[in-house]
Ligand binder design. Sequence first.
Ligand SMILES: NC(=O)c1ccc[n+]([C@@H]2O[C@H](COP(=O)([O-])OP(=O)(O)OC[C@H]3O[C@@H](n4cnc5c(N)ncnc54)[C@H](O)[C@@H]3O)[C@@H](O)[C@H]2O)c1
Ligand SMILES: O=c1ccn([C@@H]2O[C@H](COP(=O)(O)OP(=O)(O)O[C@H]3O[C@H](CO)[C@@H](O)[C@H](O)[C@H]3O)[C@@H](O)[C@H]2O)c(=O)[nH]1
Length: 329
Amino acid sequence: MKVLVTGGAGYIGSHTAKRLAEHGHTPITFDNLSTGHRALARFGPLVVGDVTDPAALDAAISAHRPEAIVHFAALSQVGESMQRPELYFRNNVGGTVALVEAALRGRIGTFVFSSTAATYGIPSHVPILETQAVQPINPYGESKLACEMLLRSASAAHGLSCTALRYFNAAGADPGGLIGEAHDPETHAIPLLLMAAAGKRAGFAIFGDDYDTPDGTCIRDYLHVTDLAEAHVRALTLSGAARFEAINLGTGHGQSVRELVDAARAVTGRDFRVEARPRRAGDPPSLVADAGKALDLLGWKAEHSSLDHIMRTAWDWTNAPANPLHNRG
Ligand SMILES: NC(=O)c1ccc[n+]([C@@H]2O[C@H](COP(=O)([O-])OP(=O)(O)OC[C@H]3O[C@@H](n4cnc5c(N)ncnc54)[C@H](O)[C@@H]3O)[C@@H](O)[C@H]2O)c1
Ligand SMILES: O=c1ccn([C@@H]2O[C@H](COP(=O)(O)OP(=O)(O)O[C@H]3O[C@H](CO)[C@@H](O)[C@H](O)[C@H]3O)[C@@H](O)[C@H]2O)c(=O)[nH]1
């Protein structure tokens, strides 16, 4: 199958493109390289373009004739979204509107969308089921929820088959050392910890140690990016016109920020400075997936997501020559 992968030059998109190619599919990456890297788009053709640009989308679709779309292209920093909500709605919602319209013009019937646990906001129950209320607490989560609403309606109106995958925390890197997480600036806990271990940062700040959790720090459900990639390939096989599903992708187990610190020290064998700072705005205390629906519908469960494997592969990637950020301070 030919699959248009928007955002395929980014972290999760590049791992999914690799997995698609391993399954015999052809990923066509469509990316504006705003936060992605040309070097990560190495598993099929790369079209440089913007998802908010209908003409660029039409040109890519008529040149490559994809049968399905996997849509990763988005801005995804919660803090930035609080400062510049209009940018997040324009890029994330505007891009998804343009892409749905292009899919309809190009008669592409299958659409897989990168959604997020941020759609739940502060959950009333953990682990979180897909039936729980979606009440995002920041513009990033709101923009993703708006996209889900469009996809649900477009599915009913036009017979599109749409799957919104609500990721919990993507982490780790492909063990081959050629692709991984390369955000600049980096805001995610695991790469920041490993940059501190590598001496590229002065230390690591824990954002809040006074939460109502066992050790006072936030709990998240960390999922290896190769597990995440496999779920997308399976989602493409879900069929049925006018079908919309929102599916959690997580392990069902949570880890605290302090547990991350311990794992980073154990895997790297290095010590680094760690200090507690005030809470970061917009951080829910605990986000853990109930991943039962993914098992039922996709036959998928996390298989490579031990914290040790996540940390080891992320550490190898921190030090890999192919990492676009390798030589930066
Ligand atoms: N990283 C996580 O833990 C996580 C968790 C939940 C959801 N997500 C979602 O997964 C997706 C991928 O996240 P990521 O961590 O790989 O981010 P990333 O920044 O590495 O990848 C996003 C890619 O999209 C591209 N892009 C952005 N706007 C574009 C536009 N208008 N046109 C074309 N390309 C554009 C960027 O250049 C980049 O290559 C995003 O939609 C994000 O919201 C990520
Ligand atoms: O320097 C840091 C960075 C993070 N954290 C904490 O570490 C945890 C994880 O933070 P981070 O890695 O930034 O991920 P999240 O903020 O949980 O967000 C990720 O996971 C969400 C779904 O759970 C997605 O919606 C987002 O796109 C994705 O970035 C949180 O409790 C943070 O407060 C720190 O203590 N210090």
